[in-house]
Design a protein. Structure first.
Length: 89
């Protein structure tokens, strides 16, 4: 079963980068850049979505492939940021 966070990220990618073609959706661990789904403009769109939807702020130094290059990595990044935000609150 797909966790809701990953499903929401996948839905955003399908809607915004694949024009609703869910058959072409990436796997959780597939590189979005290597698959040709996301370029530098796409990363900016993805970051805007993450910040707005999950109420987190991505710092410049966090905008790296280790955080944003797959659904798994994006979900882990969001989870870490949420955890840090709840500790700071």
């Amino acid at each position: 079963m797909t966790p809701p966070l990953k499903a929401e990220i996948r839905d955003f990618i399908v809607d915004n980068f694949l024009f609703g073609e869910s058959a072409d959706a990436p796997t959780d661990d597939q590189s979005l850049v290597e698959a040709g789904l996301v370029d530098s403009l796409g990363v900016a769109e993805l970051v805007a979505f993450i910040e707005e939807r999950f109420d987190i702020t991505a710092e410049d130094e966090e905008l790296v492939p280790d955080n944003l290059d797959s659904i798994d990595r994006i979900a882990a990044f969001i989870a870490r940021k949420r955890g840090a935000a709840s500790v700071a609150a």
